[in-house]
Design a protein around this ligand. Structure first.
Ligand SMILES: Nc1ncnc2c1ncn2[C@@H]1O[C@H](COP(=O)(O)OP(=O)(O)OP(=O)(O)O)[C@@H](O)[C@H]1O
Length: 327
């Protein structure tokens, strides 16, 4: 079942066309990564999904309702903006209890519900500390905790890891991974870190100029991004590396051959990678090798450059057979 349906939506701010005929659909339980260049329209899309804005044209449906139908959407959909602040003198537990009361969690269940969320977001031990002393990462996880109160169907997170240090990012990733694995909540989040999307998301959408440039299961995007792999070899000596690089010039399927010290890299097709390794291995001792598939970065660059050359790269996300697991 699709929990999000966005159909041919446009939204302008004065002269700025933030969204321009954007369509996508997302299946319940998916983790969708949204990325694009600055100003591509991600936050505008999120505000439409959260019912904070109305589209000029087109339609938006989230959890079976028009998100601007306030009461329904507030029960089912939670939006965590990039910057969420909390009263510094309250504790994490007090803030979550307040949200639980606002969300009409029955009083008999409130303490247990809050305790469970504190564990989910990794704040159980800091629950009774004032949030004024929380780190940036703890604040973000508390924000995610407030969004989880009442077990929503859809979480919309705007750049949740922006500005966090590596520990903060790792802790946040663990929370998202456990939510994706253990609940049926649909998570939509934006990020400028392609590796993060690759790691956490089953689906990805690339937005460029207010439209969907490309979308689909992360694994498919990765594979479709380019039909080449990069082969990296480490040889026994610089002389071997230099000879191997020269010999690879005769290997028809190899391109972009480069040498640095004892390392040689070349690009080739996935089907020719093994032959390339065999050809080098017959003449030289290979200490180490690696075959890298194109990542989402290649998909991103391809999609953005295609979208800037074509009139309409829009297509909805096909979620029927995604089957993608976080990498
Ligand atoms: N309230 C507003 N008034 C005028 N223009 C706006 C407003 N909000 C967004 N825009 C413009 O709409 C376009 C899309 O903005 P949006 O914030 O949706 O992009 P984004 O993809 O979230 O960008 P970023 O990655 O930089 O956060 C941009 O050109 C932005 O300047």
């Amino acid at each position: 079942m699709n929990v999000i349906e966005v159909d041919d939506v446009s939204k302008a701010y004065g002269d700025v066309q933030a969204l321009d005929g954007l369509s996508l659909s997302v299946e319940q339980g998916a983790t969708l990564g949204v990325f694009g260049t600055n100003g591509a329209g991600k936050t505008t899309l999120f505000k439409l999904l959260a019912g904070l804005n109305r589209p000029d044209d087109g339609s938006v449906s989230v959890a079976g309702a028009d998100p601007t139908d306030g009461t329904t959407v507030r029960e089912r959909v939670r939006y965590l903006p990039e910057h969420a602040g909390f009263p510094p003198s309250l504790t994490g537990r007090e803030i979550l209890r307040f949200h639980a009361r606002m969300r009409s969690v029955p009083s008999t269940e409130r303490a247990h519900h809050v305790e469970r969320i504190l564990h989910t977001v990794g704040l159980a031990e800091a629950a009774d500390r004032r949030v004024g002393g929380y780190s940036n990462g703890m604040n973000r996880r508390l924000g995610l905790g407030t969004a989880l109160v009442g077990e929503p169907a859809v979480l919309i997170l705007d750049e949740p890891t922006a500005g966090l240090d590596p520990d903060g990012i790792r802790a946040f990733h663990e929370v998202v991974e456990s939510l994706a694995a253990e609940t049926d909540v649909t998570i939509v989040f934006s990020s400028h870190a392609l590796g993060e999307i690759q790691r956490l998301c089953s689906e990805a959408v690339i937005i460029a100029d207010g439209r969907v440039a490309t979308a689909g299961p992360v694994e498919e995007l990765r594979r479709a991004a380019a039909d080449e792999v990069t082969v990296s070899l480490s040889l026994a000596s610089e002389g071997d590396a230099s000879d191997a690089a020269a010999e690879l010039q005769d290997f028809e399927a190899a391109t972009s051959i480069a040498r640095a010290g004892t390392d040689v890299t070349a690009r080739t097709t996935p089907a020719d990678a093994y032959d390339l390794l065999t050809a080098v291995g017959e003449a030289h001792d290979i200490d180490r090798f690696e075959v890298r598939e194109p990542g989402l970065e290649a998909a991103f660059h391809e999609a953005v450059s295609e979208s800037s050359h074509s009139g309409d790269g829009t297509r909805p996300i096909a979620t029927e057979d995604s089957g993608g697991e976080p990498a």
